[in-house]
Design a protein around this ligand. Sequence first.
Ligand SMILES: [Ca+2]
Length: 401
Amino acid sequence: MPFLRFRIVYILALFCSLIGSALAQIEPLVQTLVITDLEPDDIVTLQLAAATGLRPSLLGIVVKHSGLKRAVAKWQAERLGWSNIPIVQGAGGYSKDYFQVSSTAPSRGYEGEGQMLSAGYRDSLLSRPPSSSELKLALIDALSTAKDDSVRILGLAPLEDLTDALTEQPKLVTKIREVIFSGGWVIGKSGEARATYNINMERVTRKNHSMTDLISLLGQKMRWINYEAVKTMWPSRSINPETAPAFWTAYQELIDRRNSLQQEVENSRAWDSHVLGHLQGLGLTSLHPLFSAITRFAGRQFSPSDPLTLFLMLHPNAGTFVETQVRLDTNDVDASSGIRVHLGVGNGKVRPIEVLLSFDRLKFLDFLQTSVKSLDQVYAQSGLNRQGAPHNDCHAVWDET
Ligand SMILES: [Ca+2]
């Protein structure tokens, strides 16, 4: 009899373990939607995402020249093995459409995207008008067909289109597990909090600043990778051969093996020299950590915010967050420091969001280094050229289909 009891217990245990693994398999898959402005740090972030095996279900392309950037995104996606992913143009616009804030001046003034395209094609894309509705409709479509709590949104750029989608159909908020957003504020010398790039780069033509609406819709489903925390923990504000040597060694080896990637380096260098020109115009001296990092490592450095946002989406426990009430005040826009951010005072109705306080720097460095080592495999599978001119792999993906 004891033997029989043992067998029954054994069979029950086996049964439970099989049911357990079956349940794990049918747990709803989380899909990731990415909103990006395709600047050099975004491109590295997309590379790292592909290296971790992530395959977004939608890429939304926003900010100035979003039509041109959409074509470049198609090229990038093809190289990363992300064929057949919907790539949709969202809010964009022209320089005049944005707040005239000095921190956004380099972006408002940049015209250098898509240099690898033929001039005629590039010109036709540059004149393509912005389209909030295309991305808004794509987001509504993706959220409508998703299960509850099954969508995460990686926000590497302004989120106007998402606000429009959720304002139109607020019930879709239940589909969202989280929105993790690269951006926030910095505390200036006066002690005031002022918004950083992705918030300052919402179009001035909107009646109210939509990020406040998005906050009230999402509450704690929103995590901000706040720039104040990034600045404190990464004073150079640059991932370069000095601050992340193992990553850059591996990245350089990859570029040497697949010299088609030289195009990304050239684009990044062009962007850096453009930014440097603006910083000089603003009177920043070479003693400023940002200035010295860009000068020394032009083409071999990028901002940590966007890759950090990806890292903290994939490894949420590597950051500490604090519930914070945030309200943006577009009646108080300072030309040198941006939109005023009010934090937790006199705005009791505002739902708190999760704001980054600190992160595990060593784990982040390890993530960068480990992910970049898997990139060669990604490019091998997508058939990226090892040799030859970078233009060789542009082929037909430019078609606006
Ligand atoms: Ca970005």
